[in-house]
Design a protein around this ligand. Sequence first.
Ligand code: AKB
Length: 340
Amino acid sequence: MRRKAILITGANGEIGHGLITALHEQTGEHLIGLDIEEMDSATKGILWENIVGNILDRTILDRINSQYELTTIYHLAALLSTRAEFSPGTAHEVNVDGTLNLLSIAVEQSRSQGRPIKFFFPSSIAVYGLADLEEKNRAGTVAESQFLFPQTMYGCNKLYCELLGSYYARHYQRLTAEAGTARIDFRAIRFPGLISAVTAPSGGTSDYAPEMLHAAAQGIDYDCFVRDDTTIPFMTMPDAIRAIHLLMDAPREALSQLVYNIRAFNPSAAQFRERVLADFPKAEIGFSVNGKRQAMVDSWPADVDDSAARHDWGWQPEHDFEAAFADYLIPDIRTRYRIH
Ligand code: AKB
């Protein structure tokens, strides 16, 4: 008999860490983590099985498929926006082919179990593409259906995978006798920049904010790679994890769409710097703009409209800008780096 389990890909990533801890506390189900890198020992300890491997490796996926009865797939593995620009071909393989592989597993699982498989996909504000700063300033708060002209490989990959998820959920193999026999309950969130006190990000372009904070906490000088007036939405990692739970726990009938924006606060890089300095006054934080990365962030909206998430599944961030620092980032980062 196959063992009932939840599969988390990208388990060793920033979202993976927080999500696995939360799932461990909240569900009694076995958790299977798949990541290209070895998991850290704390997270490894709470997984039923920790698989080090590639989501492009069909042998590994076939083994998971034959050994486990998956109720839910959290497909977090991805190459982020900065890294993807250096290796667009690899990004396409990991971000798109990898997602297709996981959707195929979900189809096989749904057919063999005779019930819907929940599939969570983390999308991103990178799916938006504002032509230039002028259009960004004019656009203000952007709704899910607007400005879907991504300028980055990562944004293109995320937008296409949202569409793939929608196809698998609604129209998969519509002309065949099997039409309707696989039920994929696809749910996606377009995340803003995420800030964790526990893990430092790597490979993204919204990384300037968390990098500033982690550098300040460690007493390392930091040069921010975007202009001081740069503005995109952000949220804390605990709020991101909470949002995943709220969305995945919501009854399907309550969901009016498959893909939702969420946001918590949107300080400029200068405001973020000021707030970091309030707690780490000796930190040296300057600005040394990388025009190419700047252009990527300038194509992302200054804010997003998350009214559908608020209405459909009760989304509300716990941390606004001040609470993020006072209640989470500063106390936890002090613990993380043993600052007294
Ligand atoms: C990145 O910067 O690539 C990510 C994102 C905005 O999705 N953090």
